[in-house]
Design a protein around this ligand. Structure first.
Ligand code: 8YV
Length: 315
């Protein structure tokens, strides 16, 4: 099966890393920029497949430095770190890991939803600091059931989030570039219109150039001082400075964030806010789901090695 020359770009889950090294003799691209440049000058033309993660990807410059590249096998459903336009132009195939992580990312969205509205993390801190005994009952929170929830990006993950929210008797509406045929949920023509009609806005839209700062000041203002924002998609979809400013000045009630603009950096101002729940991009991070993602990543690599096609291509 070793008829492809594999370059490992960035860290991989140990089981995937072992498989690419043992089964394909993968070579790891150095992380250090100077070493990387020297390596690519020497060996850039040697590789026809890059295996990477959604967080690292094969960006514009790196892809240019790999003239023989035929495929990018991506661990993760999001592939916004990979230059898909260049890949299309050059006929480079790109795969991702769709479907297998829908449940866990949707569960994470629901965890943030419940936590931000019912303030469970804040209440946990209250107990640990001894405030229950010292200061009495924790302040009242916001009811989570029965809310109007707007989903920005009713794709695979957004649809699973919506299904879970039905169990909480929520009224669901959504915005996509186009209405989803047959969807039982109300379509809103713009992100701002969606926010205007929502108590909670949940972002499940794909990252990439088309969704950069889709949620900006106008959308945040439409959500308003009693509105909540949940983001399990990509930090790039939100104007983070506008979000932080709104949270600091009470123009938004709270936020639950699994993703940030420049991970792993989290704006210092958010760390002191009790109405914000911050997670370290763990949406798909369970043993079961990461194992399924690993399996699908390796299935893509194997199929490409055998037939030059991918199991789950994005282009
Ligand atoms: C992963 C994700 O954490 O699949 C995605 O797009 O954001 C997460 O599941 C990440 O891709 C792993 O690198």
């Amino acid at each position: 099966m070793n008829n492809v020359a594999v370059l490992q770009v960035g860290p991989l889950m140990p089981s995937v890393q072992d498989a690419v090294v043992v089964d394909y003799g993968a070579v790891r691209l150095p992380d250090d920029p100077a070493e990387q440049t020297a390596f690519l000058r020497r060996r850039g033309g040697d590789f026809d497949v890059a295996v990477t993660s959604g967080k690292v990807g094969v960006g514009t410059e790196l892809m240019r430095a790999l003239p023989a590249l035929r495929a990018v096998v991506n661990f993760g459903v999001g592939y916004d770190a990979t230059d898909v336009n260049q890949a299309r132009e050059r006929g480079i195939a790109v795969s991702n890991t769709p479907e297998v992580l829908n449940d866990c990312v949707a569960d994470t969205a629901l965890a943030l939803y419940l936590d931000v509205l019912r303030r469970t993390s804040a209440a946990d801190r209250y107990v640990r600091r001894g405030q229950w005994a010292a200061a009495g009952n924790f302040p009242l929170a916001t009811k989570a059931s029965g809310k109007r929830v707007g989903i920005l990006g009713l794709g695979r993950i957004g649809t699973v989030i919506a299904r879970r929210l039905e169990g909480f008797d929520c009224t669901i509406s959504y915005h996509n570039r186009r209405p989803v045929p047959g969807s039982p949920y109300e379509y809103r023509a713009s992100p701002a219109d969606l926010a205007l009609h929502s108590d909670v806005l949940i972002i499940a839209a794909a990252g990439g150039p088309e969704s950069v700062k889709l949620v900006g000041p106008e959308v945040i203002e439409a959500l308003g001082p009693s509105g909540y924002l949940i983001n399990v998609a990509r930090g790039s979809v939100v104007d983070q400075d506008a979000l932080v400013a709104a949270l600091l000045t009470g123009r938004l009630a709270g936020a639950g964030l699994d993703v940030f603009t420049d991970e792993p950096k989290v704006p210092q101002d958010l760390l002191g806010l009790d109405n914000v729940v911050l997670l370290p991009h763990l949406g798909s991070g369970t043993h079961e789901t990461r194992a399924a993602m690993a399996e699908l990543t390796l299935a893509n690599l194997l199929q490409f090695a055998e037939s030059g096609t991918l199991v789950t291509p994005v282009c």
